[in-house]
Design a protein around this ligand. Structure first.
Ligand code: FES
Ligand code: FES
Length: 240
């Protein structure tokens, strides 16, 4: 319809142009109507958008109910031979329980997602990433942190080897490296194979550098002290 009207207008204008004085003035109303039509079309095209913008928003559905907060309860952890009874929510990780509740700051938080090994502690002799486990799961178990590796004020042979071989720079990864290497030495003595052991059905013959690197691969050192860490672990093994 708009097009037809425009044609009529154009025809009128053309007729008018042929009979009237040859000036530009008669075309102006037609051009104005054309521009008005174009503007109207553009407006019509934009209407759904405007409509969407101006319509009152449908009330959002209520957010899903989050899990109700479970209040803290007493949790007793045995760490380095001492019992700590802590008021913990079930969601508290072992790492946070050690650092923030028990005040044992030796265990470090690097990534908090199981990638760096800085939080490694021993639970019943096994090394675990304490950031990946909940404290409430470890009641009744024996937890050892870096603070518990020395005995009666004397460093463990592995700790001494780390100092002797200069196996750290900033030291942030060192508590995790020490706990991990402590477990590594015990695992090797107990005949546990690794993925680089030639025959996994037999006891690994020697704690080679490749064996140490593989078995320590879960502990990242951003300072790159790996060569000295391997040397320290081998020395602690050889001198045992
Ligand atoms: S802090 Fe636990 S693995 Fe990095
Ligand atoms: S000594 Fe700095 S991260 Fe290992």
């Amino acid at each position: 319809m708009t097009t037809h009207t425009e044609c009529q207008d154009s025809g009128d204008a053309a007729a008018s142009e042929s009979t009237a004085e040859p000036t530009a003035t008669p075309l102006q109303p037609a051009r104005r109507r054309f521009l008005q039509s174009a503007a109207a079309a553009a407006t019509i095209g934009a209407v759904p958008h405007l409509h969407a913008q101006t319509q009152p928003q449908t009330p959002a559905s209520p957010p899903p109910q989050s899990n109700p907060v479970v209040p803290p309860r007493p949790v007793t952890l045995t760490v380095n031979g001492r019992a700590y009874t802590l008021q913990l929510e079930p969601r508290v990780t072992l790492l946070d329980a050690l650092r923030e509740y028990a005040g044992l700051m030796g265990t470090k938080k690097g990534c908090d997602r199981g990638q760096c090994g800085a939080c490694t502690v021993l639970v019943d002799g096994r090394r675990i990433n304490s950031c990946l486990t909940l404290a409430v799961m470890h009641e009744g178990e024996t937890i050892t942190t870096v603070e518990g590796l020395a005995s009666n004020g004397a460093l463990s042979p592995l700790q001494s080897a780390f100092i002797e071989h200069d196996a750290f720079q900033c030291g942030y990864c060192t508590p995790g490296q020490l706990c991990s290497a402590t477990a590594l030495l015990n695992e090797f003595r107990n005949g546990a194979a690794s993925t680089v052991t030639a025959d996994v059905r037999a006891r690994p013959a020697a704690l080679t550098d490749d064996e140490i690197r593989e078995r320590m691969s879960g502990n990242i050192c951003r300072c790159g002290a790996y060569a000295n860490i391997v040397a320290a672990v081998r020395a602690a093994h050889d001198n045992a």
